[in-house]
Design a protein around this ligand. Structure first.
Ligand SMILES: Cc1ncc(COP(=O)(O)O)c(C=O)c1O
Length: 493
């Protein structure tokens, strides 16, 4: 029998027998347990440790193991209503009140109820994660010399070098800071670049998690519309002029949620406009490693064509691996790097060294290239299944752009359609999607929904999810012809 299962079995037996002992009473000695259950001393000590972790047993070195005394419940229920005042009655005269609201993020992170198909997930399904390679990398990492010590504050030099190479020749390891994934890097960047109350230009629509960061930092997101070629340069210039903003947050590659790629002719415009405004461009390059296998060559990151240090680049490993491999990078040139470094150290000290070592082991292993190849093929197949299923089941939903990278599709509903009602009906029908509203920092031009194809088990689940979505559309838009009544949505993304 495997060691781990004998530990589980022994722990279960001891758990069942605990009532035999009075609270605080002594359990049989380890030796007695070894003899009685015919297991090794290691198994006994692990099973007791497990019960101790569950709070059922207390172990005292040299004295033995004892049944834990029940914790005395708090007799008086406290009154926490004072906190409502404390959390809101801010004496400081903030120009822009801080709002801390995680709902735009949790909708992509939360697991849907059992049986509900997850078209709302923001990370790859376990079957798309390199689980074996990650486990092997983590175990090798844990044995590396110094793995449990303090890492250099900026991150492991080899990992910084690896991220720098991925960005382009112009970026060196010295320009890179290792961060705890993209979310943390975006938080650092926004806090470093804009003081509370300042405007920050954002694409419209854009990633709600970034809007949440901006609002929690007391910043004022100002939307700049995106079309199928990315942000619209003339409107970007207008927005800089109108607001005096010093920061623009941009996802040039497979934008979330539209999937748009900033076109070759707009790339220099964006950098020039920001430079002329004396502003930074935060480049959120979050899904570069999720290009589909029919994508062809990808445009370089904006940071690779930026001699003047306009771009603060953010990238992350999570989307191509697992939400828990929270390792990413911030890259920047010039004095701003010092500001970013200081904010990051103040906020988080550093990214845990074992995780950095594991990331390094993973991306340096032969399994890495294999995994990325498989992922890009799988994502293309899923995208094809979803677009074909939409054409079949929901031909009236407007899908203005089919991206060749990333993990989701962005659909536009006709004027007057109520995405919240559709969302509720879809959950009833057994499918979850992400409603469009949180992606807009101001009034949306239309109702939308985002359908993710990465978090589901495979193409069969995609087909079933779309069947359920059709049921929900029929319910909300009326009758079996619903998809057709959801006829021509207005033009645009
Ligand atoms: C556009 C974008 N940027 C950044 C992130 C943050 O991801 P992570 O912190 O897992 O790297 C996400 C997550 O959904 C995202 O969609």
């Amino acid at each position: 029998m495997k060691q781990s299962s004998s530990v589980e079995e022994l722990a279960a037996q001891l758990r069942n027998e605990l009532n035999r002992y009075s609270p605080g009473g002594k359990l049989p000695s380890s030796r007695a347990l070894v003899e009685r259950f015919r297991v090794s001393p290691v198994t006994v000590s692990r099973a007791l440790a497990q019960l101790a972790a569950e709070g059922l047993v207390v172990t005292r070195p040299g004295a033995g193991a004892f049944r834990a005394r029940p914790r005395t419940p708090l007799t008086r229920t406290g009154d926490t209503s004072w906190q409502e005042v404390a959390l809101s009655a801010d004496g400081a005269a903030d120009l822009v009140p801080r709002t801390v609201d995680a709902s735009g993020v949790t909708i992509c992170l939360a697991a849907p109820p059992p049986g509900v198909i997850e078209f709302n997930g923001g990370y790859p399904h376990p079957s798309l994660q390199p689980e074996k390679a990650m486990a092997a990398a983590l175990s090798r990492a844990g044995r590396r010399p110094g793995a449990w010590g303090r890492p250099p504050l900026d991150g492991l030099p080899e990992l910084r070098e690896w991220f720098a190479r991925g960005i382009g020749d112009t970026v060196t390891a010295a320009d890179v800071l290792i961060s705890a994934g993209g979310q943390s890097a975006l938080t650092t960047a926004l806090r470093a670049l804009a003081p509370p109350g300042a405007p920050v230009l954002v694409e419209s629509p854009t990633y709600p998690g970034m809007l949440a960061i901006a609002r929690a930092a007391g910043l004022r997101p100002v939307p700049v519309p995106v079309d199928a070629d990315g942000v619209r340069p003339a409107l970007l210039a207008d927005a800089f002029r109108a607001t005096g903003a010093r920061v623009f947050v941009c996802q040039p590659l497979f934008q979330n949620p539209t999937g748009a790629v900033l076109s070759a002719d707009r790339r220099p415009d964006v950098l020039r406009i920001a430079r002329e405004a004396g502003a930074f461009v935060v480049e959120d390059d979050f899904v570069r490693r999720l290009a589909h296998d029919d994508a062809g060559p990808l445009p370089r990151p904006l940071a690779a064509d930026d001699p003047d240090g306009v771009v603060v680049h953010v990238s992350s490993l999570t989307k191509a691996t697992s939400p828990s491999l929270r390792v990413g990078a911030l890259a920047a040139r010039g004095p701003v790097l010092e500001r970013l470094r200081a904010i990051q150290v103040v906020d988080t000290f550093f990214v845990p060294r074992p995780l950095q070592e594991a990331a390094l082991e993973l991306v340096g292993s032969p399994a890495w290239a294999r995994h990325l190849r498989r992922l890009s093929g799988e994502l293309r197949a899923r995208r094809a299944a979803m677009t074909a299923g939409l054409a079949l089941r929901l031909p009236g939903l407007a899908l203005p752009h089919i991206p060749v990278g990333g993990y989701h599709l962005w659909l536009r509903l006709p004027e007057g359609a109520d995405e919240t009602r559709l969302h509720t009906a879809a959950l009833r029908a057994g499918v979850a999607f992400t409603p469009g509203r949180p992606y807009f920092s101001a009034e949306p031009p239309a109702a939308h929904l985002r359908l993710s194809f990465a978090a589901v088990a495979g193409t069969e689940e995609i087909a079933e999810g779309l069947r359920r979505l059709r049921t929900a559309c029929d319910e909300v838009f009326g009758g079996p012809g619903a998809a057709e009544t959801v006829r021509q949505a207005p033009a645009g993304l």
